[in-house]
Design a protein around this ligand. Sequence first.
Ligand SMILES: NC(=O)c1ccc[n+]([C@@H]2O[C@H](COP(=O)([O-])OP(=O)(O)OC[C@H]3O[C@@H](n4cnc5c(N)ncnc54)[C@H](OP(=O)(O)O)[C@@H]3O)[C@@H](O)[C@H]2O)c1
Length: 291
Amino acid sequence: MIVAVAGGAGGVGKTIVEKLVQESRFKVVVLSRSERRQDVVLQKAQHVQLDYDDIASMTTELERHNIHTIISAIGLVSDESSQSQLNLIEAAEKAKYTERFIPSEYSFIQTADSLKYTRVIPGFFMDYWGMPHVKTNLQPYTFGINIAKGKAAIPGDGNDVICMTYTADMATYMIKLLDLDEWSEFTVIVGDEVTYNQLISMSEEICGNPFEVHYDSLDRINSGDVTVPPMPDGTEYAESETKEVTALVSRLTVNRVFDLPKEGRLNARFPDVQPVTMKQFLIDAWRKNGA
Ligand SMILES: NC(=O)c1ccc[n+]([C@@H]2O[C@H](COP(=O)([O-])OP(=O)(O)OC[C@H]3O[C@@H](n4cnc5c(N)ncnc54)[C@H](OP(=O)(O)O)[C@@H]3O)[C@@H](O)[C@H]2O)c1
């Protein structure tokens, strides 16, 4: 594994580099603004010079040297050095082989005056299967099933679990979230859990007619040559775009990224909120409106 230490020649960084180079399983790279200087510890690592103001060139360097993990030990004493670290994070995000980042901190847990954050994870938005009848601000799009047309193009065997949440319910939970003093890194909110096969059965039952269903194999999904379901009436997406989006979402679905962890969901903290279930959502959208 190739580990890079940004600011690896500095006060904290050099100690980290010194320990790293003793471990034969790591290849160590020092990232620096300047040229390599003579040093008995640093000469055991590879030296890579970076222009921290140029994100694209940093991305190229990270890729060229196959950097997997970055440890930042940049001295954060000025706006300029903070910006350098932010730019490095952006470059790392873009670099193909970089997967992990430890930011320069190395002090006490800073919560009092630093920014608290949480990442809200609602799975897939239910809204797409209620359009155009349901109240939503999302752009119309078909994922898997076009209920109005009774046609479906399903990734895999249709049994992958997808966590679904209606945007309005997510917003309700987010209001609740504002009253909590502690936020965890991830806030998982789930309205319901369904598979595409269940979604098709429910839709067929509500609409009263069988759907035309096509299943894409894993090989087909991996090749990107997926079946694109009919897009909603009135939309004009380029075919290349719908194919790319469908391929991406299909890959995500069969890799079960929408099957969210059950532990620690925000739902359990607020049992008074009753998010709409998929079935009720479909009934509300389609029973009155027909298909
Ligand atoms: N808990 C504690 O007691 C404690 C004590 C000290 C430090 N720290 C923390 O440890 C971290 C590292 O501190 P340090 O004292 O090791 O820092 P430092 O020695 O002052 O600087 C480390 C390296 O940062 C790089 N750097 C400086 N300005 C930069 C800029 N504008 N853009 C990009 N790189 C820049 C330099 O590397 P190049 O010149 O090679 O690019 C420098 O060698 C900081 O987050 C600091 O707060 C904690």
